[in-house]
Write a protein that binds this ligand. Sequence first.
Ligand SMILES: [Zn+2]
Length: 366
Amino acid sequence: MQRLTSEEFVALATQNSDSYWFAPAFTTLSKAFYADKMVHGLLLVSPEMSGKAEFAAKLSKSILCNASSGVQLAKPNLENNTAAVEAELNQRQIGYSCNQCKSCQLFNSGSHPDLYFNDRLLNKQGKVKQNISIDQIRLLTDKLSSTAQMNGWRIGVIASVEKLSRGAFNALLKSLEEPGQQTLLILLVNQFYRVPQTIRSRCQKLTFDLNSKQLVPWLMRQTQCDIATAEDAIKHTESAPLAAKVFIENGSADDYSQLSRDLDSLLNNQLSPQQVFSQHKHLDEQLWRYMANYFTQVPLKRLTDPLSPYAKLPKTSAFDLYNQLLQYHKGQSLGSNLQFQLQIESILNHWFEIGRKIVHYSNHTH
Ligand SMILES: [Zn+2]
C-alpha cells in the first residue's frame, strides 16, 4: 500500500479522471450537505485503487470552497422567485469547487489552514512506518476542535484507517463521540472488517458502485484499449478501476501470464517455490491478486482440458489454496515483508507438493 503525502493529496482534487462512480456518492452527500444534515464521520469503503483519495480530496475542497459552501452567496430570498432559487440550489453540487476563491487557492497550494491530511509517516531511515500513531490522531483532533480560519468547516482526512494503532483508534473515537460544529472526518478504508464496531457505529458508510457495465467503456476511453483487454484487466483486478487502468498501462497482463506459466511449471515440479517467489516478488501487493486469480481459474481448466495436469488434481486443492491465500492476505496489513515472503512461499510449497504427488503417480503408472 502506497503512502500519500499532503501535496499529492491536494493535487488529486484538480485531477480530471472522469470517474463516473463518484457521481452517485457526491449526490448523496450534496443532499445531506444542503439540508444541513452532514454527518461528522464518513467511512469511505471501497477496494484499493478505486479512487478513494481523489474522491476525498474533491469532497474536502468542495466543502471548504466559499462558493459551494454558500458563504459568499446571498441567503435565498424564498418569498420571491422561488423557482429560480430552487434551480440555483439544484445546481450546487458537492464535489465541485470554483477553483478561484481564497479557500480554493489555499487548498491548491497545500496550505489550507482547515484541512488536515494524515497518512503513515516515515521513520528515521526513510521507511514508511507500519502504523498511524496516537500522536498523529491527537494532533488531528486538536486541530479539528480549534477555531476555523476560513468558511467555518474543518476537515480531517485519514488515508488508511486500517493502519491506526489501537491507541490511535481510541483517540479517534473520542473525537467522533464529541464532534464540533462543522467538522468532518473522512476515513478511507480498504477492508471494512478491520474497522472497530465503535468507529463504524459513529460514521456514515459510503461505498462506490463499481458497476462493470460502465467500467468497460471507461477503461476503453482511458487507455484506448479494446473490449477484450478491458474485460481481462477488470477480471484480474477485482473491478478496482485504477488498478485495472494501471494493469493495462503497465502491461501487467504479461506479468500475469508469466506468473500463470510459472505456477504451471511449479505444479509440474520444473521450478522450485523459491524460484517462483524470487521471479515475481516485485509484484508486491498484486502478487496476492494474481495468485488468487490463478487458483480460481484452475477448476474451470480441470473441466475443459482433461489432459492438463490440473485434471489430476484433488478436487478442492486449488480452492483450498485460494482460501488460505485470502486468510493470509486478511492478516497481512499487520505483517512484515518477511511474513509476506513466508506466506507466499508456503502457498507455493503446497502447490509444488500437490504437483509432486501427481508427477510421482504418473511416473509409476505410465
Ligand atoms: Zn472556491
